[in-house]
Design a protein around this ligand. Structure first.
Ligand code: AMP
Ligand code: ZN
Length: 462
């Protein structure tokens, strides 16, 4: 069955034709490991994971590379300001290496919690300094770069087209307000390939231009080329990467080998929180561990992400999480009921629904549509293991661990609260209702609520 992807490069939904017959090569821009990954970052990783799984569902083997940025990503994506790693190291009073190690570990823990597969190749920028240097040298040799007193810049005037991916009108912008920090740059849009290090700079390497360090864009170009070749199939990332990072990767690759590195460019849209931006000042920056603390299985967030196409903005709300938690439970229960079912179902109907699901995922990863088919299967009145088998097959794409029992609220209740709950239990045994109510209020004032159910007392964080 044909696969269609929306390609940012051509701005069209296109039929997917891989370079190699049986293997698809993908490059994904990975995290800059200077802070915790948010549920927003994880939405982009979930989209990339679904892409992997859909390609595999279609019979392809994968060669997927993802970088870990541990040097060179400056505070502004346009190569200005301090290195994000160094800023974080200064603020947390640690070395950049310690920062990188710490946040890389947390990043992979989040991937695991969300059942996101680790790409076949994970490559760290600081392990590829030599490859990056060679790449920049070739750009200089080919006449696409020049040296100033502070850096080696890419000369965008040498390209016959820039930008290619985004709709930015460069002439209009040139006349605009953008203030340039480096008067030696030939154009404000020239970007740093390699940056000469100031005296006390912590992360720097020997180079033909003295002690220096790589720019951010060069790492993806050189590692992509090293692991996947000059041209591969798909390049992915968040939508914010289009106008600068990905535009510049294309520029570099054209200067280096005359080719656009990937045939298909796919970008995931942003996650909003309560209809707005996620930001520290609004206090709404949520991590996967915050979901767990509130008692949610991280896979609830995975299912939640399927409520919207990856190219549309997805609005996160706690009500949405609560409703999705119930849906995941219904889905797993539905699977179990089918598994134990012995009723006859027609093969034609099973095939029809399999085909519908396959069409939905092949239509630019249309997960909301695919979930509609999943529910159609779950709700089949005739309970049959054939339906369970089909759901298990769908789950190779969904990644919801449909065969495993639901992870019930995992939050850890502090000892102090557990003791108060015990005292309340005693009070109730003694029919001391006043004491029981008093203890309930006390527990509530400490941020926990209790519910008396048939099975006993349930405690959860408010
Ligand atoms: P940051 O750590 O904020 O630089 O983000 C790293 C990458 O994660 C970005 O380049 C985006 O592609 C992606 N990302 C950040 N915030 C969000 C969000 N709210 N929704 C989806 N993706 C995001
Ligand atoms: Zn990148």
């Amino acid at each position: 069955m044909d696969i269609y992807f929306y390609n940012t490069l051509t701005k069209k939904k296109e039929i997917f034709k891989p370079i190699h017959q049986k293997e698809v090569r993908i490059y994904s821009c990975g995290p800059t490991v200077y802070k915790d990954a948010t549920i927003g970052n994880m939405r982009t990783n979930l989209f990339q994971d679904v892409l992997r799984r859909v390609l595999r569902y279609n019979g392809y083997a994968l060669k997927h590379a993802m970088n870990i940025t541990d040097v060179g990503h400056l505070v502004s994506d346009g190569d200005e300001g301090e290195d994000k790693m160094l800023k974080s190291a200064r603020e947390e009073k640690k070395t950049p290496m310690e920062i990188a190690k710490h946040y890389t570990k947390l990043f992979f823990q989040d991937l695991e919690a969300l059942n996101i597969e680790t790409p076949e190749i994970v490559c760290k920028a600081t392990d590829h300094i030599q490859e990056m240097l060679e790449y920049v040298k070739k750009l200089l040799e080919n006449g696409y770069a020049y040296e100033t007193s502070t850096a080696i810049y890419f000369d965008i005037a040498k390209l016959n087209q820039y930008p290619i991916l985004s709709n930015v009108n460069i002439e209009e912008q040139k006349a605009g307000a953008r203030v340039d920090v480096d008067s030696e740059k030939r154009s404000p849009y020239d970007f740093a390939l390699w940056i000469k290090a100031p005296k006390n700079h912590l992360m720097k390497w020997d180079s033909p231009w003295g002690e220096s360090y790589p720019g951010w864009h060069i790492e993806c170009s050189s590692m992509g080329q090293k692991y996947l070749g000059e041209q591969f199939d798909i390049h992915t990332g968040g939508i914010d990467l289009i106008p600068t990072h990905h535009e510049n990767e294309i520029a570099q690759s054209k200067g280096n080998c005359g080719k656009i590195p990937a045939n298909y460019w796919m970008h995931g849209e942003y996650l909003l929180i309560d209809g707005g931006k996620m930001s520290k000042s609004l206090g709404n920056v949520y991590l996967i561990k915050d979901l767990v603390e509130k008692g949610y299985d991280p896979l609830v967030y995975r299912l939640f992400s399927y409520s919207c196409h990856y190219k549309n903005k997805l609005n996160f709300t706690w009500d949405g999480m609560e409703a999705t938690a119930k849906s995941l439970e219904r889905l797993k229960n539905g699977y179990q009921l089918h598994l134990e079912g012995k009723e006859e179902v027609e093969n034609d109907l099973v095939e029809e629904l399999e085909e519908k699901f396959h069409q939905a995922i092949n239509d630019d990863l249309n997960m909301p549509l695919a979930m509609g088919v999943v529910w159609e299967v779950v709700k089949q009145e005739k309970k049959s293991s054939k339906w369970a088998e089909l759901l298990a097959k769908f789950d190779t794409v969904l990644g919801l661990k449909i065969q495993e029992p639901i992870q019930k609220k995992q939050e850890e209740i502090p000892q102090e609260i557990l003791e108060l709950v015990e005292r309340r239990k005693e009070a109730r045994l003694n029919k001391d209702w006043a004491k029981s109510d008093e203890l309930r209020d006390l527990i509530q004032s400490k941020g926990y609520e209790i519910k008396d159910t048939k099975e006993g007392v349930e405690v959860r964080k408010i």
